[in-house]
Write a protein that binds this ligand. Sequence first.
Ligand code: TYM
Length: 331
Amino acid sequence: LPRVLSGIQPSAGSFQLGNYLGALRQWVALQDTTEAFYCVVDLHAITLPQDPAELRRSTLVSAAQLLALGVDPARSTLFVQSHVPEHLQLSWVMECLTGFGEAGRMTQFKDKSQREGTAGATVGLFTYPVLQAADILVYQADQVPVGEDQRQHLELTRDLATRFNSRFGTTFTVPAAYIPPGAAKILDLQSPERKMSKSLPPAGTVYLLDEPAVTAKKIRSAVTDTGREIMADAVAKPGVTNLLTIHSALSGRSVRELEEHFAGRGYGDLKKELAEVVTEFVTPVRQRTTELLDDRAELERILADGAQRAREVARQTVAEVYDRVGFLAPG
Ligand code: TYM
């Protein structure tokens, strides 16, 4: 079976709809045809300051949401990144193969350090993509389901795998990004020139755990474009196109079909119907997440079991890598 690895940052409170459509939906689908490893990347989270109690809580809420969305611990290995120290062992080796300039060109680092200020940016934020590469390579993953914004990190991962292989002999599978057509970049509802993200004001971001009434209101208040025709045109009508993309992804109807369905109707009709489609999707997810969080012991058991299975695989890769780079085996 092909192997799959992906990760998501624990975000205070809730994932957003872009996470689901760009990545998590593929996580769920791939469980049937691959050997899947999915982690909540708490090590990555501390590249920006975190409140300790909140981080712990977010990690649990994230795991519960993944289960509520359909990640099945019987078919996938679900774990918390910091429970598998092999990621860090491999990360160090990969840091020593990464050029300083190469890391400096990563746009996510550039964006974040610009936003938060380079003075406050940590070395951890700088080496963030190298740890991500290690997350992937330590499982010898073939495919990595992610949204469009992770493409550059996947390229770095492939470069590092290839570099290691040519320097030390074939050790790593060179992974491929698995980016869905259509919903790989969901846009903010208020600023449709930017991707939906928790770092933008909440009015433009659909959080999966929001009250459904709040979600419906956000969608009804989405920024649309000039003109009145409902048709997909990413350049002239980014707002409307984004709404059609979300509708299509959740309803399973093609964008073309939706254009016909809404022909002669107004933006208000599109938003009203989309609000229903989205709330129908999020309402049970929210309900199920709450139920899962009620049984914390069971959640912790699932994560402990996942970490144990993940470590069995990761340990073998690290042992081989340590041998290849010439570390003396402990006696
Ligand atoms: P993160 O936590 O920011 O996002 C998780 C996943 O959601 C996707 N995504 C989106 N897709 C479409 N439209 C959007 N508006 C949108 N916003 C987010 C992201 O592309 C991602 O797939 N660096 C990663 C986490 C990570 C990781 C890994 C991923 C750490 N190690 C190993 C894959 C493999 C990140 O910050 O994702």
